[in-house]
Design a protein around this ligand. Sequence first.
Ligand code: PDD
Length: 286
Amino acid sequence: MSRIVFVNGSFVPYEEASIPIMDRGFLFADGIYEVAAVLGGRLVDNEAHLARLDRSLGEIRIPNPYSAAEWTRLEEEIVRRNNLAEGLVYMQVTRGAAERDFAFPAEARQTVVMFTQPKNIRNAPQAETGMKVITVPDLRWARRDIKSVGLLAQVLAKQAAAEAGVGDAWMVENGHVTEGSSSTAFIITTDGRIVTRPLSNAVLPGITRVAVMRLAREAGLAVEERLFSVDEAKAAAEAFVTSASAFVMPVVEIDGAPVADGKPGRHTRRLRALYFEMAEPEAKAA
Ligand code: PDD
């Protein structure tokens, strides 16, 4: 776990970083987080992540401790200090530490934490084979548009997937897929239309989702924002998920049933390639 992390204004070795036990993030999940990818040493789509961070904070009335420019500088510094070429930057802001009491404390300073995680995004082995998913009931609260650190439902969903020997769980509400446990779910119909759920309080507004929808339209593919059922997903021509941590990941099996021939689909592979071109333009030129 050794690395340089950021805690409340300082860059320190992980072993020296600490948070008070009264931190409201720890006691109440009273905080929000953000995850941005790093590719070729550079942050991917970072402005959009910082805009969502600001919105999440606003929705739970935690003042944003930094401007977007300040956040960017801190992120770039943590990337540099950890020599991170490919992976993730994690940022978390909580309402801070105060005597345990549910209502907002009169006085508390936000706790701000950042760390990096190296991750092989480009050469993820799962991108070649595709990922299997199971479906689970969506147990989450009514404001899933906020990137809350209250992630217990997703922890249980991911654990169910791990115990089933698959890569992820798609969460389902009223027969319709909401999203992956930490990703946006997409299907592609047999007539080549890309379908994903519209934004609402039921799902996180994925940053990768927006970019992939734009890339799909630019590539001449039709994009439809509407609900889709588990049965429709099982009968789809292709399926995939998007997230900052995996970009575009093919889904090849749902609840044990193969999606089409059980291999990553052609449009999905194209969208993955287009996303990498967008995220790392100089790699394309090389
Ligand atoms: N999760 N939906 C949920 C519930 C998520 O947790 C995430 C991201 C997404 C995709 O959003 P984006 O494209 O902005 O990463 C959708 C991050 C990666 C995480 O929790 O680690």
